[in-house]
Design a protein around this ligand. Sequence first.
Ligand SMILES: NC(=O)c1ccc[n+]([C@@H]2O[C@H](COP(=O)([O-])OP(=O)(O)OC[C@H]3O[C@@H](n4cnc5c(N)ncnc54)[C@H](OP(=O)(O)O)[C@@H]3O)[C@@H](O)[C@H]2O)c1
Length: 194
Amino acid sequence: MRKLTYFVAVSIDGFIGGPDGDGRFFTEYVDEEFLEYLKAEFPETMPTHGRRMLGIDDLENRQFDTVVQGRASYDLALEIDVTSPYAHLRQYVASRTVEKSPDPAVEIISEDLTGRIRALKEEEGPLGVYLCGGSRLAGELVDEIDELVLKTYPLVLGSGMPLFASGFGFRRFALESVRTFGNGAVVSRYSRTR
Ligand SMILES: NC(=O)c1ccc[n+]([C@@H]2O[C@H](COP(=O)([O-])OP(=O)(O)OC[C@H]3O[C@@H](n4cnc5c(N)ncnc54)[C@H](OP(=O)(O)O)[C@@H]3O)[C@@H](O)[C@H]2O)c1
């Protein structure tokens, strides 16, 4: 059984972006130390165009071989004319409105999202499934999430897009590891307790 891991950048007060979801301001925290960490531990979570700019598009996947994102998150790539933002991963985009995928490397999941995610998790293999976000997709899949990796940056936003757009409920996690960085970021890894 493979894990579904929500790997995400978040403010201290639990927002993944401003009210419109834009979280580009988090990138100001990606200094040399943090970038080295991402390159060593999670290189596949960087989009292909970013990896190419950094000259690291040959780095092997460490944690994930598949990515799932919501249509609104995928739109951000389309806005910059990138139709295959994670070309080094198998890519799925959840959408009920997109009829045809703009890229042969990206599969649209329009029906039975939970069933499709469970099928991906049931595949054999050493690497897991990267739940990229955003908030609405994470809210829909909250009960399928096996692992959380939160990149918490030292920033309070007051309001914004929550980590999960989901209803109230207790979903318990156990803290597996914490790593702190000179830029004030904390990366916390939690596993689901069932
Ligand atoms: N901080 C971070 O690390 C991080 C990471 C990722 C994203 N983000 C931010 O998140 C924002 C987008 O988040 P969001 O919550 O607005 O949208 P989202 O979760 O990216 O996408 C929502 C869309 O996914 C589709 N969807 C959701 N549930 C579905 C289901 N059960 N079956 C089929 N399709 C389903 C729907 O698409 P249709 O409307 O087409 O049906 C829905 O409108 C972006 O602004 C991005 O910057 C931040």
